[in-house]
Design a protein around this ligand. Structure first.
Ligand code: AMP
Ligand code: MG
Length: 323
């Protein structure tokens, strides 16, 4: 059910009163708080079970508000904002004094983005200020891409949920640090590396899969309850069968090239051939296999270009060592 204009007004009121509002964006659902209210921001960390040193993204209504929240905006940041906002691109810049240290995990930089979703846009304009919003899930688990995911996972920890249907992009924003001489991608996401390079006219660096560089990004993140094991696409069927013989309730991410194969497994997800459809479905697939009682998920990585880079990043983290 889509949010009505009275829902938007109510949600803006909840934010003004220091409450938490979950709202849809084109990437995933966010858990919003008034960015200028340190107590409200602190409640976000409690609701998620997220360590308070992990910085949040401040969502603003348009690029015209950027200078209210940051200082020293370099030309590259203006260029990227102009080209990709509203959209799934987050820029890391020097914070202005308007941004409390609670929102940045104590850092002197702040991550800012303008979401591309009518409900998010309406909320930001009704509220008028900036809204910190991490993904509306428990820390480390799979991000929510529907309002039902949020309700199931956060329950009473969130004061109000705005429903805007399923998220169109399905994976989080691309985070680019533009505080240094060379822009660097801290997290691959909805804006592709190729799109960034086309606009900037030069190569951009992306994180290696193994190193933890962004504060708040741990090896295991975006993880379902089931253990995720990544294998070569050609080995998915054999590995799934072997795990089943060992007594596992196996869930399989069946690569598009094996779509016609018959699979002996507890549950099977046919991976879409288009990267956009795969990204849109990814978190829902992981949730579905949990829901169906799988204890092990066998998957392979897509080709790491375009949105495939973000999908592979999330699958690696889902498969990462657990605490
Ligand atoms: P989430 O809130 O789950 O969407 O994740 C937000 C991401 O933004 C995390 O990976 C943070 O580490 C990253 N982030 C937020 N602020 C900063 C910052 N100032 N510098 C670097 N990364 C940031
Ligand atoms: Mg998250």
């Amino acid at each position: 059910m889509a949010a009505s204009s009275s829902d938007i007004e109510k949600a803006a009121g909840v934010l003004r009163a220091g409450g938490l509002v979950a709202f849809p964006t084109e990437t995933v659902y966010g858990l919003g708080a008034n960015a200028e209210d340190p107590a409200a921001v602190a409640r976000t960390f409690q609701a998620k079970g997220r360590p308070p040193t992990h910085p949040l993204i401040v969502h603003i209504g348009g690029a015209q508000h950027l200078d209210d929240w940051v200082e020293d905006v370099p030309g590259t940041a203006r260029l990227l904002a102009e080209r990709f906002w509203p959209g799934p691109l987050t820029l890391v810049l020097r914070r202005s004094r308007r941004v409390p240290l609670e929102a940045t995990g104590g850092l002197e930089t702040v991550a800012v983005r303008v979401p591309d979703h009518p409900v998010a846009g309406a909320l930001l304009s009704a509220f008028g200020g900036g809204v910190t919003a991490p993904s509306a899930n428990r820390f480390g688990s799979v991000s929510p891409t529907t309002a039902d995911h949020v309700r199931t996972e956060l329950g009473d920890a969130v004061d109000f949920v705005l429903d805007g249907g399923s998220c169109a992009v399905g994976v989080e924003s691309t985070i680019v640090d533009v505080t240094g001489d060379t822009p660097s991608v801290l997290r691959p996401g909805g804006v592709t590396r190729e799109d960034l390079e086309a606009v900037l006219g030069r190569p951009v660096t992306v994180p290696s899969a193994s190193r933890v560089r962004v504060p708040g990004q741990h090896p295991s993140h975006y993880a379902p309850r089931a253990r995720v094991v990544l294998v070569e696409p050609g080995n998915v069927l054999a590995e799934a069968e072997a795990a089943r013989e060992q007594g596992h309730q196996v869930g399989v991410f069946l690569p598009p090239s094996f779509a016609d194969a018959s699979v002996k497994a507890h549950a099977v997800v046919a991976v879409p051939g288009s990267a956009a459809a795969y990204a849109r479905g990814l978190y829902g697939f992981l949730r579905e296999l949990d829901h169906r009682g799988c204890d092990l998920i066998i998957a392979s990585l897509p080709v790491e270009e375009g949105l495939g880079l973000a999908i592979a990043n999330r699958l690696r983290r889902a498969a990462g060592p657990r605490a």
